[in-house]
Write a protein that binds this ligand. Structure first.
Ligand code: SAM
Ligand code: SF4
Length: 317
């Protein structure tokens, strides 16, 4: 999650990349991350680079893809000037924020733009993150027809009191409806869970794990809650309205996740991620760990080309 950025050099005014980023490019894959910095409501624990309608100034959701298209064009010319060969994308990941707050046709348009710029591998993994409230059968049908392969759904918990502490607005029932709709159009689904919410018991965490397992998806991510500075959650803990999460309890929760997920046929493959098969691992997540190349589009997004990291200004305006 967020922290101090490492020291770096200012980006050259013409956006050029350092010499040598093209060396060995043919042995690395290329991916795209597309950040969508919008949410309907801000959850009290979240410090991601995202804005509700009332927080947004200087830009709007309706013009977002037009603005993104200019960065996509720019990325092509920057890579060409640096001598980096064109490689079709192995994965595309729409993250947020809540990408699915935008009309499905906007996500399809953004996918077309990166496809036109870079090309796409025939079996590329195309994922969007989604809040369960935003998913309808019509929405996922448009995504699947356009080539999306995967939905990563923010369930967080199955327990109403835990969801309330996290300020989640979705109804737990909307999670299974969203999973079913996505499965019906052939999308792989991953579920995000959070453990260690103040006041959450081991038994409540067990209930959430069991509920997530019963959804029959091929991938589950379980994240330890990070109490981020400056969030509403951090203020409530500081004012003693909520207890400080207990490290030992969180360790027990992690072990319980591994135990129940393994018993349900999932394999652990990365700190917070489990999948039912090798094919259901997140290709996009692994590309980060393997040090491949990716361009991060949108405000605050980070890129990594030939060992050089660079990132965009944070505010959408
Ligand atoms: C961009 S959100 C997923 C999509 C959508 N915005 C949602 O929340 O449903 C990415 C995931 O990051 C995790 N996350 C966000 N803030 C966190 C925090 N402070 N500690 C641990 N996990 C966090 C949540 O599990 C969330 O589902
Ligand atoms: S957790 Fe998801 S829905 Fe909640 S504020 Fe963060 S990005 Fe938005």
């Amino acid at each position: 999650m967020a922290g101090l950025l490492p020291e770096g050099n200012d980006m050259p005014a013409d956006g050029s990349l350092p010499r040598g980023v093209n060396v060995g490019a043919d042995s690395r894959t290329m991916s795209a991350y597309i950040h969508v910095p919008f949410c309907r409501v801000r959850c009290g624990y979240c410090d991601f680079n995202t804005y509700t309608a009332s927080e947004l100034r200087g830009t709007s959701q309706s013009t977002y893809i037009d603005e993104l298209s200019r960065e996509i064009e720019l990325s092509g010319s920057v890579l060409t000037r640096a001598g980096v060969p064109k490689r079709p994308l192995t994965s595309v990941f729409f993250g947020g924020g809540t990408p699915t707050i935008l009309p499905a046709t906007d996500l399809v348009r953004a996918l077309e733009l990166v496809r036109n710029e870079h090309g796409l591998e025939p079996c590329a993994e195309i994922t969007t993150e989604a809040n369960p409230d935003t998913i309808t059968p019509e929405y996922v049908e448009i995504l699947a027809e356009a080539g999306f392969t995967r939905l990563s759904l923010g369930m967080q918990s199955a327990v109403p009191s835990v969801l309330a502490t996290l300020d989640r607005t979705h109804n737990p029932a909307s999670v299974s409806a969203a999973v079913q709709a996505a499965h019906e159009v052939g999308l792989e689904v991953s579920i995000d869970l959070i453990y260690g919410t103040p006041g959450e018991t081991l038994d409540q965490w067990r209930q959430s794990l069991e509920a997530a397992i019963s959804l029959n998806t091929g991938h589950i991510s379980a994240y330890a809650l990070i109490v981020e500075d400056g969030t509403a959650l951090e203020r409530r803990i500081r004012r003693c309205e909520l207890p400080v999460p207990d490290d030992d309890l969180e360790a027990d929760m992690y072990e319980l996740a591994d135990e129940l997920l393994k018993a349900a046929g999932f394999q652990w493959y990365e700190v917070s991620n489990w999948s039912k098969s090798l094919e259901q691992r997140s290709v996009h997540n692994l590309t980060y760990w393997q040090g491949n190349d990716w361009w991060g589009y949108g405000p605050g997004a980070h890129s990594h080309i030939g060992g050089t990291r660079f990132w965009n200004l944070k505010h959408p305006a």
